[in-house]
Ligand binder design. Sequence first.
Ligand code: URA
Length: 209
Amino acid sequence: MSKLIITDHPLIQHKITLMRKTDTSSMQFRQLATEVATLMGYEVTRTLQTREIEVETPMEKTTGVEISGKKVVLVPILRAGLGMVDGFSQLMPGARVGHIGLYRDPETLKPVEYYCKMPGELKNRQVILLDPMLATGGSLTDAATLLKERGADHIQAVCLIGAPEGVEAFQKAHPDIDLYLGHLDRQLNDHGYILPGLGDAGDRLFGTK
Ligand code: URA
């Protein structure tokens, strides 16, 4: 079973609380999303492989550590996932960024990609899938499925806020993917919005309605 990791650091809780407030402006909301993503990124990257290397300080030779293993690719789900890219990029400026946009066909209920641009060879990469709101779990689940179809076999999923319904659906569909949340909220409403939540993350990030 995949792990559910709630990154409940005091700074994350404080900043998510500010994001929830109706009177937080888009500018502040974007900045806070970046800050929370950076703080969460610290936890998400804890499992990156390292190896020992020899380095020479001005004083003597010593042994240091460098990140080794799979190269990281950040994959925001369009469009709200874009709000988490800068935060992760600050920690890993060299990370590639793939983009995925999808919707569910109302008749077949199958995920349809309307945009997908990935760096080559997902198989040899550590994929960090970004979507701020895990509501029903549909988009995150579908995006992970599409990435696996393109060869990804090491995926972590990161959301700022999740609903229990979405967590359950995602973990059932992808028991091999660890899921990181900044906060686990109470429930979904009848329209699929998270309660207490923060409203529509895409609209709040980009100042649209
Ligand atoms: N997407 C959002 O942006 N907010 C929600 O509450 C649910 C889905």
